[in-house]
Design a protein around this ligand. Structure first.
Ligand code: ARG
Length: 469
């Protein structure tokens, strides 16, 4: 290979290339423009503080605030022109204020840096996102709890290892997800509490020599307090990591629900029916009704957990304070948080839409000897057998029923007595799935009366919260 061919490969662009590529790798405006409302809000707080502290004049501050408001209006009406040459949202907004008001705009950047700016903007954004998640998750809990109340006594097989284990109620199953989502909301609330410190005024990394009032800006932006260490303030992304971690766990929960919806909607299970609203047809197989929304929700956890991994690795080993690496926090986080929002909405729609098929669940509950534990418990209670022995006796009775292709409740007393002669007719009082579930009244158990009570208490709490939200 000659030098000439190498030249040809790089073409005539060789000289322009580094600058262009530099701009391309460096600019964040393509994705951080969505932080513009937060950026403007934080700039307004900063300008007001600068004026209150006599660092800039009140007249300049007034101009700056007017300019910022106008830029916000332009953004909201889609009129703002962003330019990549100005790198990011912070520079774009400031430059536009300068176009509008001239010289005073230059005073806005006193006693701050893009490092504390971006940290502040992103915290505001994440805090708002968490609030929106909380409302959306409460909404999903609400539709689940409503299904739970309606199906508090609808018997279905409960599974372990996806093998029929013991009968439960569909309502109980729904409430399991309500509990999970409750913990998810707790994790988000916890992350939100911890993120609520204001980095603004940490400036580039060391603080500032201007007599700023960081408490004032923190208050104006509804933060609990200013962050205590300027180096930490500009280099911390824990708040994104924690939010993504909580998001990943939430997405994992949604993927489990999605998977169950996929399973239940199969012909083989047939536990639920889905309407056209949340399914698609096949272009070749006319009979198909595919649960795409559930499948996509099941898949989203990959992106969300991936975003957490991605940012964790970006942050690992970064020396204090700010490094440009940290600009890589936003795209993955936006993508993950958008994906989660969509998944929560899709799940709420699907749960609301799905129509349980009690007969199919009941028939399945009869298969697989799901009341074998009830038989063993009866042997313990009525015949005082030690549980281990009762387990053994039950195993032999199940084997007999299996060889006769009968459910336990249909096996004759004689056949049972052939295994354990002291068994009486009373045993049949525990062998139906209905008897089984209604006997499980222990706290947190699947008895319909428990489920109904729990569903109602959730609904009451959620109604209050949703009304407040
Ligand atoms: N666009 C940057 C980011 O997202 C803003 C901070 C830039 N700071 C700097 N020192 N270049 O991280």
């Amino acid at each position: 290979m000659t030098d000439k061919s190498a030249n040809r490969m790089w073409g005539g662009r060789f000289k322009a290339l580094p600058a262009e590529i530099m701009e391309e790798i460096n600019a964040s405006i393509g994705f951080d423009k969505r932080l513009a409302p937060q950026d403007i809000r934080a700039s307004k707080a900063h300008a007001s503080m600068l004026a209150a502290q006599g660092i800039i004049t009140k007249a300049d501050a007034r101009e700056i605030l007017k300019g910022l408001e106008q830029v916000l209006a332009e953004i909201e009406s889609g009129k703002m022109d962003y330019t990549r040459a100005l790198e990011d949202v912070h520079m774009n907004v400031e430059a536009r204020v300068k176009d509008l008001i001239g010289t005073p705009a230059g005073r806005l950047h006193t006693a701050r840096s893009r490092n504390d700016q971006v940290a502040t903007d992103f915290r505001l954004y994440v805090r708002e996102t968490i609030d929106a998640f909380d409302t959306a998750l409460a909404g999903l809990q609400f539709v689940l709890a409503r299904k739970a109340e309606a199906h508090a006594a609808t018997v279905m097989p409960g599974f372990t290892h996806l093998q029929p284990a013991q009968p439960v109620t569909f309502g109980h199953h729904m409430l399991a997800y309500v509990e999970m989502l409750g913990r998810d909301r707790g994790r988000f609330a916890d992350a939100s509490r911890r993120l609520n410190e204001c980095p603004l005024g940490a400036a580039a990394l060391a603080g500032t020599s201007f007599p700023i009032d960081r408490h004032m800006t923190a208050d104006a932006l509804d933060f609990d307090k200013p962050s205590a260490n300027s180096l930490d303030a500009v280099s911390d992304r824990d708040f994104v990591l924690e939010t993504l971690a909580a998001a990943a766990i939430t997405a994992m929960h949604l993927s489990r629900l999605a998977e169950e919806i996929v399973l239940w909607a199969t012909h083989q299970f047939g536990f639920i029916r889905l309407s056209d609203k949340f399914t698609t047809g096949s272009s070749i197989m006319p009979q198909k009704r595919n649960p795409d929304a559930a499948e996509l929700t099941r898949a989203k956890v990959g992106r969300v957990a991936g975003a957490f991994q991605s940012l964790l690795i970006v942050m690992k080993g970064l020396p204090l304070a700010y490094s440009k690496d940290m600009q890589e926090d936003k795209e993955v986080a936006f993508d993950a948080l958008d994906s989660l929002a969509l998944a929560i909405a899709a799940m709420a729609g699907m749960v609301d839409d799905m129509e349980p098929v009690p007969d199919a669940m009941r028939a399945a509950a009869d298969q697989g000897y799901a009341t074998a534990t009830d038989l063993a418990d009866w042997l313990v209670r009525a015949l005082k057998l030690p549980f281990r022995e009762a387990h053994h006796v039950t195993g032999r009775i199940v084997a007999e029923a299996e060889s006769q292709s009968l459910p336990l409740e249909k096996l004759s007393l004689k056949a049972m007595q052939a295994v354990e002669r002291r068994i009486t007719n009373d045993v049949f009082s525990v062998l139906s799935p209905e008897k089984s579930v209604s006997s499980r009244k222990s706290y947190g158990g699947t008895a319909p009366q428990n489920v109904r009570k729990m569903a109602r208490s959730w609904l009451k709490r959620l109604e209050k919260g949703l009304a407040r939200g």
